[in-house]
Design a protein. Structure first.
Length: 581
């Protein structure tokens, strides 16, 4: 499936970034090191604070727990930390339902703890990046509590309210991401309100200038606290189209909301206002979670004339999932498709923009499980992906625990799962006629809880994450898979990450070099070069669990790094990753 179809299927997304200054030297194009922004040369580490480190015994991670591990992150070469939402929240969607945009969730600590985190991180050259969730708030936010009272209060128009159809039914047949329709009836107002996600996450009305200003003020509040950037959540949904029914795509007679509302014309006006009033002139970076932006549209979204520095695109991470259906399930995919997805994003951002490279985040399963066959060696698989991540053009994003090669959980009952999306997907699959066992298999494969279990620091109680009852169970494999054990093992995933991070910092090809795909039609090897100023590095990764012979164009090159001891110049060992000069 090419990128266009991918986008049409509603699955896609796209990436990137910043105007990339270059100069011409001796006829060859040379990217000038001094012209890269700090965040283009940084590694970003994403923290899910709830699961990182608990310092109080509450069973939930906290800000002081993050501060405690700053030296660990420094050693990993991290230059910025993206915190998933740390604001007060009823936690229906684990913080993506915010009830106060300018305060700290007391479960995570205090504003003082936050200020200390920023200051301590700063001492180590690390910036803190906040997650802005501006498409919707929590239904417990005081704005919504007021808005729902009646049709005449000062915030009556801050959310999206509509009358029922003449027969009393909901205004449209759009299905929300987290179960049922996007419309929920409100007794007080005798009207429906709209929610793209759960009913506890009402959509804000961006058409109202007061709403926009309130959101911009919230972002500015965090800029004043010295944050180094923003990740902007679910941004392509803020502009709503005409409220008309769509062609049903499921047995429930509804159509997925994103098919109707993504990137509605006019959205860029809102976004430019956001940029002008909030980001412009600050030495920060912005990365939008912007599903469905095509390569052709990218120039309006990123770079100098666009809005953000980068946008997260999903084309490569959605490959293992069958899309365009009401629910998700695993599907066959080819290595050439993965290479194509990443290469298209590279091409689209070659001259304008910057690419945020990632394989994991809090919405995706663990990558060694997700991108490889069930019986593949997970340590080798983790190192293989690490090598692509840290040698690709763009800013690498590491998700907590990825640097340890943390793997999926294997919970048999849906009751064990906390993630609202997993419950929704489970119900969808049953409604569409799948058995409980089949639905459970799907959930095990892609549940967001796979990535949300507590960090595995050591082999002690609760993996050293907490002395209390943890909010989500620790993965059973923590006795052997943990940071303390990996620290001591020179061959661990953690030490491979550190080695690659150091190598990246020392080799200008990896920050500044052009990207070129090598062996494009191979279904076994992912290889690409990074070149600048006449210097070239080549990455080659074997995605199979067999030995794979190398073509001459690689076997005659000098190996500078390999994930395997005694690398053979004529072949790659199973899942081997190496770098050539
Ligand atoms: C984004 C977040 C996801 C959340 C959703 C609703 O996709 O990454 O975790 O559930 O938005 O805010």
């Amino acid at each position: 499936m090419n990128r266009r179809n991918f986008i049409k299927s509603g699955a896609a997304l796209t990436a990137l970034a910043f105007f990339y200054p270059e100069k011409i030297l001796g006829g060859a194009k040379v990217m000038a090191a001094e012209n890269l922004k700090w965040w283009q040369k940084s590694i970003v580490y994403q923290i899910y604070p709830k699961s990182f480190q608990d310092t109080t015994g509450s069973g939930t991670g906290d800000l002081n727990g993050i501060t405690q591990h700053l030296d660990y992150l420094k050693k990993l070469g991290v230059g910025a930390i993206w915190l998933t939402p740390i604001y007060p929240s009823p936690q229906v969607d684990n913080g993506y339902d915010i009830s106060d945009y300018t305060a700290i969730n007391p479960d995570f600590g205090t504003m003082k703890d936050f200020e200390k985190l920023v200051a301590e991180a700063d001492k180590r050259g690390i910036k803190i990046v906040m997650d802005l969730v501006f498409n919707h708030s929590s239904d417990k936010h005081e704005w919504f509590l007021e808005s729902k009272k009646n049709r005449t209060n000062p915030k009556a128009d801050w959310y999206i309210w509509k009358d029922a159809k003449p027969d009393g039914s909901a205004p449209t047949n759009w299905r929300c991401f987290f179960g049922g329709g996007v419309w929920t009836w409100c007794e007080e107002r005798q009207q429906y309100y709209m929610h793209t996600f759960a009913k506890e996450q009402p959509d804000l009305n961006w058409e109202n200038p007061e709403v926009r200003q309130a959101l911009f003020d919230a972002a500015k509040f965090w800029l004043d606290k010295g944050v180094g950037g923003f990740r902007i959540d679910a941004i392509p949904y803020i502009k709503k189209p005409a409220y008309v029914d769509g062609t049903p795509d499921g047995k429930d007679g509804m159509v997925a909301v994103h098919k109707m509302t993504v990137n509605t014309p006019g959205i860029l006006d809102f976004l430019h206002e956001f940029k002008d009033k909030v980001f412009a002139g600050h030495d920060i970076f912005t990365v939008g979670e912007a599903n469905g932006v095509s390569p052709e549209e990218l120039k309006y979204w990123i770079g100098e004339q666009g809005v953000f520095d980068m946008i997260f695109e999903f084309s490569h991470v959605l490959l293992p999932l069958k899309n365009g259906e009401v629910f998700c399930r695993p599907t066959e995919w080819k290595l050439t498709e993965l290479k194509q997805a990443i290469s298209e994003s590279q091409a689209a951002t070659k001259n304008n923009g910057w690419y945020p490279m990632y394989f994991e985040n809090h919405d995706r399963p663990r990558s060694p499980n997700y991108f490889f066959k069930k019986d593949a060696d997970k340590v080798k698989a983790a190192k293989a992906l690490a090598t692509i991540l840290l040698t690709m053009r763009g800013t690498p994003f590491i998700y907590e625990g990825q640097e340890l090669g943390m793997t999926n959980i294997d919970w048999d009952s849906i009751e064990m799962y906390n993630d609202i999306g997993s419950h929704t997907q489970f119900d969808f699959a049953l409604n569409e006629g799948f058995t409980v066992a089949q639905a459970m298999d799907f959930i095990k494969f892609f549940s967001r809880d796979n990535a949300r279990t507590p960090m595995q620091w050591n082999d002690k109680t609760n993996a050293g994450f907490s002395s209390g009852k943890t909010w989500l169970p620790v993965n059973d494999n923590f006795k052997t898979l943990n940071a303390a054990a990996e620290e001591k093992n020179s061959d661990s995933v953690l030490n491979w990450y550190r080695k690659l991070a150091k190598f990246r910092a020392e080799n200008i090809e990896l920050t500044h070099g052009d990207y070129k795909l090598i062996l494009p039609s191979s279904e076994e090897i992912f290889a690409f070069s990074r070149s600048v100023d006449g210097k070239t590095l080549i990455t080659a990764v074997n995605f199979t669990s067999e030995n794979v012979a190398l073509p001459l164009e690689l076997s005659n090159k000098k190996i500078v790094l390999s994930s395997e001891e005694n690398a053979d110049k004529n072949s790659l060992k199973p899942l081997e990753a190496r770098i050539y000069k």
